[in-house]
Design a protein around this ligand. Sequence first.
Ligand SMILES: NC(=O)c1ccc[n+]([C@@H]2O[C@H](COP(=O)([O-])OP(=O)(O)OC[C@H]3O[C@@H](n4cnc5c(N)ncnc54)[C@H](OP(=O)(O)O)[C@@H]3O)[C@@H](O)[C@H]2O)c1
Length: 266
Amino acid sequence: MNNSYALITGASSGIGLEIAKNFAEKGYNLILTARRRDLLEEVAKNISSKNDVNVDIISKDLSLKESTQEIFEFCEAKDYSVDILVNNAGYGIKTAFDKTSVEEEEKFIRVLGTSVIMLTKLFIPKMIENGGGKIMIVSSVAAFAAPSAIQPLYGPIKTFMNRFSDSINVNYKHKGITSTALCPGFTITGFHTASGVQDEMDRVPRFLVFSAKRIADEAVDATLSGKSLCVPTFTYKTLVFTLKYLPRWVINALGKLLAPGRYDKQ
Ligand SMILES: NC(=O)c1ccc[n+]([C@@H]2O[C@H](COP(=O)([O-])OP(=O)(O)OC[C@H]3O[C@@H](n4cnc5c(N)ncnc54)[C@H](OP(=O)(O)O)[C@@H]3O)[C@@H](O)[C@H]2O)c1
């Protein structure tokens, strides 16, 4: 039996769900993880009925320190070889930085940052042993943009994740392992409701908003071909290129114009 698997975090909805569907269509077995077990079961049933692949699920909360080790042990116990690791789970905190508790910020850093590092750390030795592997780290265009007036830590953590992804490439590319930092712009998912910023999302012009499937399709192709950075859609490729060269005041003005509510206070 083929024991090669793609492990996807945050696979119960949005971009992670579409990435899972795409890999299944390409014939990859899947291990899906997120907190909502009922949704994971539904997704697994749906994907298995349409594709000739194995789909297993493990419900875990990545804000808990032990979860990454438990996911790793689950895969070991079932003799799954994780050849593709997609670190996708994420959300935003809308509350002002001075109003959140330390615990809230710690959980946030764990889900978006530490768990990504830990899962990569746990699965990379086997990838080295097997002569290769593919890692995708779902970051954001926010990694390049001016820090948002809402969700103050979100952009900085995504920038950190981009640098971490670069670091994996520098250290492990010669061992056949590549890491792709996926940087989507505004995408229609459960993210904005879950993060309390649906109103701000609704004010973003439609030409800047894309479907999760559109993002996932480009992301999976980029990951399989070992690209280090994937900014899906021509619109955002152009925007990110522009952000690299424009002075900060122009970037801030653009932010206020294109994403009202997020940059208004700057
Ligand atoms: N939507 C956008 O505009 C956008 C733009 C750029 C980047 N991104 C990034 O894309 C990634 C996916 O987000 P999405 O837009 O697809 O949002 P989404 O539909 O809300 O999906 C987020 C996923 O993360 C999981 N998750 C959240 N907290 C978790 C926790 N504590 N433990 C385990 N899993 C957790 C959720 O599952 P459960 O709730 O079942 O746990 C869900 O499957 C995130 O990293 C986000 O930062 C999104």
